[in-house]
Design a binder for this molecule. Structure first.
Ligand code: HEM
Length: 221
């Protein structure tokens, strides 16, 4: 009993801290997306291309919805909330899975139509990231509808980890520049650090989660 209470408390503290740290990015992402979608001046916006309406819509709605995804998805696994308000969990779950699909497809559309600032390897890393987000959101929703809740939970956890990838990308850069001043990182994003980062902001975290899920499965047989 005491162990469970300690575990719940550390979960609360861990999640609370993570969300607090991520809030500035969530705010920035929200305003960067909502501003252009509601008619802000786009003359100096590097994501805006006058002739490409679909790419513009895709990238700005992905920023706005991505912020919402990051803000609300932790509540889905917040200790006790699902049991206490199952209706909220179900409805918010549907909204978040849909948001995940739009965020992923929005990023993929932008990559296909305009390409990223870092060229082919950044396109590849972010495209894989987008595809994984779409798959995890779709699978989480599908398994919830079939009431396969154990599997639903695994896909939802993958989506949760991926949702924080975009923020972790910036955190990695911030820490690296603090520690090294930006060794192996270039303005064109083709330094060794930049190339690794194209995949390192989500794959290691996803692998760590897979390991944790695998250990839990092994313990339960
Ligand atoms: C919760 C998730 C996400 C949030 C909050 C988010 C937020 C953002 C923000 C704020 C930017 C602008 C960055 C800047 O100003 O330099 C951006 C750019 C971008 N995002 Fe996302 N994003 C998310 C997920 C994704 C996913 C899943 C993809 C996958 C396809 C993706 C692909 C991109 C691309 C390609 C760019 C443009 C990169 C460039 O050329 O600079 N994002 N995102």
């Amino acid at each position: 009993m005491a162990t469970t209470r300690r575990r719940t408390l550390s979960l609360w503290i861990g999640w609370g801290l993570l969300i607090l740290l991520a809030l500035p990015f969530v705010h920035w992402s929200l305003t960067s997306g909502v501003g252009p979608l509601t008619g802000a001046d786009l003359a100096d916006n590097r994501f805006y291309t006058p002739q490409l309406t679909l790419a513009n819509l895709a990238i700005f709605s992905h920023m706005a919805l991505g912020a919402g995804l990051m803000l609300f998805i932790p509540l889905q696994v917040w200790p006790g909330l699902r049991q206490r308000w199952p209706g909220y969990h179900r409805w918010m779950g549907r909204v978040l899975c849909l948001a995940g699909v739009i965020v992923g497809l929005g990023g993929l559309t932008y990559i296909a139509m305009r390409g990223t600032i870092g060229g082919v390897w950044m396109n590849a890393g972010f495209a894989l990231y987008g595809a994984l987000v779409v798959i995890c959101a779709g699978q989480a929703l599908r398994h919830a509808r079939y009431k396969a809740f154990a599997i639903h939970r695994q896909w939802a956890l993958r989506l949760l980890v991926l949702s924080f990838g975009s923020w972790l990308y910036r955190v990695h850069y911030g820490l690296w520049y603090l520690a090294t001043g930006g060794v192996a990182s270039t303005p064109d994003f083709d330094g060794a650090f930049d190339l690794v980062q194209n995949f390192a902001f989500y794959l290691p975290y996803l692998l760590a989660l897979e390991l944790e899920l695998w250990m839990r499965r092994a313990q339960s047989v």
